[in-house]
Ligand binder design. Structure first.
Ligand SMILES: C[C@H](O)[C@H](O)[C@H]1CNc2nc(N)[nH]c(=O)c2N1
Ligand SMILES: N[C@@H](Cc1ccccc1)C(=O)O
Ligand SMILES: [Fe+2]
Length: 296
C-alpha cells in the first residue's frame, strides 16, 4: 500500500523540525496489505533475526517468539495484543506515523503503544527516515512484554506530559533520554554488551555498527549526562549509553525530574561524540567516518 497520509505540523528535535501526522487512532487495514508489503516484512524480519541472535538482549528475542511474531506475514495488531495485555497490560493502537508529542505521551501514560500501520517500500529496506510498521512493531513492541521495561515506558509517558507542561527545554532533555535508551540503548548482559534500543534492532547497519565498530563511544548510563547530550537523527549514533539492567534504568529515572530540569537548564549541552571526564567508558570511539558537522 503506498498511500501514506499527509503530514501536519512539526516536532522539535536536536536536528531541527520533523513533520508529524494526524492525532487519531486508525484501524489496521490488514486486508489491504499487498503481497509486496508482506514480503517486505518477511525480508526484514528474517534478516534482522539472523543478525540479532547474540546481539540483541536475549529477552527481546524471546519476547518476539512469545508474542507469536513470525516472518510469514505482517502481524495483526489485535493478535499481538493478547500476549501483551496478559503480560503487562499494554495494548497497541494503529496510527498514521509520528504523533504530536503530547498525544504520544498520553498514549504511553495509558499503556497504549502507537504503531504506524503502513510498511516501507522495498527500496527502503536498508534505510527509512521515519518510523514505519516494521520499526514500531518489530523494534518497540517485544520489550513491552518485560514488566520492568513496560513500567518504564508508562512512567516515561507520564513524565512527558509533565515535561510538556514545564516547557521546551524540559521536553528536549526528556526526548534525549528516550533517544539514548528506548531508541538506541545498549544493555550489559553476563556475556557482554547487547542491544535493546528499537532504532538499532530495526536497522541492519546499526545493529552491526553499535557493537562491532570502534568508531562510536560506548559509555555507562548517566541520567543527567544523557539529558545534556545532543543526538543525530540522520546517521549512526556517535555515542551509545549502556545500562546494566532495566531495574537500573527504572531506579535512575524514578525521582522527580522537575528540579533536574531547572538545574540543567543553565548548563551547556554536550556534542554527540564527546567523552567527558567522569564517563564510564567501555569504548572510546575512534570517530572514524563521523560527519564533521560542527553543530553535532
Ligand atoms: C519521544 C519523543 O519525544 C518523540 O518526539 C515522539 C513524538 N511522537 C511520536 N509518535 C509516534 N507515533 N512514535 C514515536 O516514537 C514518537 N516519538
Ligand atoms: N521521574 C520522571 C518521570 C520519568 C520516568 C521514567 C522515564 C522518564 C521520565 C519525572 O519526574 O519526570
Ligand atoms: Fe521508535
Amino acid at each position: 500500500m503506498d498511500n501514506k497520509p499527509a503530514r501536519l505540523e512539526n516536532l522539535h528535535t536536536d536536528k531541527g523540525k520533523v513533520p508529524v501526522y494526524a492525532t487519531g487512532i486508525v484501524t489496521q487495514p490488514w486486508d489491504d496489505y499487498s503481497a509486496t508489503d508482506h514480503d517486505v516484512w518477511r525480508r526484514l524480519y528474517e534478516r534482522q533475526r539472523r543478525l540479532l541472535v547474540g546481539r540483541a538482549a536475549d529477552e527481546f528475542l524471546a519476547a518476539q517468539d512469545a508474542m507469536g511474531m513470525t516472518p510469514d506475514r505482517i502481524p495483526k495488531f489485535a493478535d499481538m495484543d493478547q500476549a501483551l495485555r496478559d503480560a503487562t497490560g499494554w495494548t497497541l493502537v494503529g496510527v498514521e506515523g509520528l504523533l504530536p508529542e503530547l498525544d504520544f505521551f498520553d498514549h504511553l501514560a495509558n499503556r497504549r503503544f502507537p504503531v504506524t500501520w503502513w510498511i516501507r517500500r522495498p527500496d527502503q529496506v536498508d534505510y527509512i527516515e521515519e518510523p514505519d510498521l516494521f520499526h514500531d512493531l518489530f523494534g518497540h513492541v517485544p520489550l513491552l512484554m518485560n514488566p520492568v521495561f513496560a513500567d518504564y515506558m508508562a512512567a516515561y509517558g507520564r513524565g512527558g506530559v509533565k515535561a510538556h507542561g514545564i516547557g521546551p527545554e524540559a521536553l528536549q532533555m526528556l526526548t534525549r533520554l528516550y533517544w539514548y535508551t528506548v531508541e538506541f540503548g545498549l544493555i550489559r548482559q553476563k556475556d557482554g554488551l547487547r542491544i535493546y534500543g528499537s532504532g538499532i534492532v530495526s536497522s541492519k547497519g546499526e545493529s552491526i555498527h553499535c557493537l562491532d565498530s570502534d568508531a562510536p563511544n560506548r559509555i555507562g548510563f548517566d541520567l543527567e549526562r544523557i539529558m545534556r547530550t545532543r543526538y543525530r537523527i540522520d546517521t549512526y549514533q556517535k555515542t551509545y549509553f549502556v545500562i546494566d539492567s532495566f531495574e537500573q534504568l527504572m531506579d535512575a529515572t524514578r525521582p522527580d525530574f522537575t528540579p533536574i530540569y531547572a538545574r540543567l537548564a543553565s548548563r551547556d549541552s554536550i556534542p554527540a561524540g564527546d567523552v567527558l571526564e567522569g564517563d564510564l567508558v567501555f569504548n572510546k570511539g575512534t570517530g572514524e567516518g563521523w560527519a564533521t558537522d560542527a553543530d553535532v
